[in-house]
Design a protein around this ligand. Structure first.
Ligand SMILES: [Zn+2]
Length: 250
């Protein structure tokens, strides 16, 4: 048995038996591990507080093969406050589900952990527009995991775009007005300049500034629709947490 200490965020919890819990931890290094926590629900408060959903903690684990068992845990920061608001809780669960889906389809990056921590902080503090945080999270996680759309130039003629920009969720590229006329491209929708600038900003900005932009209502609505469509289309799946969130925020 190997003994090790890691820091990570609890992104899923499943209670079983009288007092046991399985947790899924997204580590600082961006790996996803399952940890068995024995008797955690009857042990001291300090330990059980550190292994709850949306807690960022330091875990001391025993490793045997690819199985991990909890020995000790110390809470570093809790985002459990997100559970006080049903909409924010549903959105936070969606962030977790996105990360878990990414872990199935590609190698996770340390950036993924940073991203979800920033997103949880943003929604729990409620200083940023929820729709904006969700959209920026979606586009950024797609980019981190290798699914970034190419917004740098027209995807058809490869020239820089002046004037109206059209974007296709399916193709993940933008084209200009002339190419749109030439090739038809019914998948391509006209982007507002605000939406286009916001998408470029999200893809290129430093993670700590990810949610530091504002957008008019129409552009924000367009960004919100496109980022969600882009995520669902390229992951080829839906999310129960997103469906639930949609029942609260249609
Ligand atoms: Zn073109």
């Amino acid at each position: 048995m190997q003994h090790q200490t890691i820091k990570g965020l609890v992104i899923r919890e499943t209670d079983f038996g009288e007092s046991n819990r399985y947790i899924t931890v997204l580590t600082e290094q961006g790996t996803k591990i399952e940890v068995l926590c024995h008797n955690v629900r009857i042990r001291n408060g300090r330990l059980s507080a550190a292994v709850r959903l949306f807690c960022f903690s330091e875990f001391t684990l025993y490793q045997k093969g690819d199985k991990y068992t909890l020995n000790d845990a110390t809470l570093i920061h809790s985002f459990w406050g997100v559970a006080q608001d049903m909409e924010i809780y549903a959105l936070s669960c969606y962030f977790s589900e996105c990360v878990m889906a990414m872990a199935e389809s590609s190698e996770l990056e340390p950036q993924t952990t940073k991203l979800i921590l920033y997103a949880l902080r943003a929604v729990s503090e409620q200083k940023r527009n929820q729709k904006l945080v969700k959209a920026a999270f979606e586009l950024k996680i797609m980019a981190i995991c290798g699914f970034a759309p190419d917004l740098s130039a027209c995807g058809a003629c490869l020239k820089p775009i002046n004037g109206q920009v059209y974007f296709s969720v399916r193709e993940g590229v933008v084209i200009d007005k002339d190419c749109k006329k030439r090739i038809g491209g019914k998948d391509f929708v006209a982007l507002s300049s605000g939406t286009y600038e916001a998408m470029k900003y999200i893809l290129s900005c430093d993670m700590s500034k990810l949610f530091s932009f504002t957008l008019g209502t129409e552009s924000l609505n367009q960004l919100s629709i496109l980022c969600e469509q882009y995520t669902l289309y390229h992951l080829g799946r839906g999310f129960s947490s997103l469906d639930f969130y949609r029942t609260l925020c249609p």
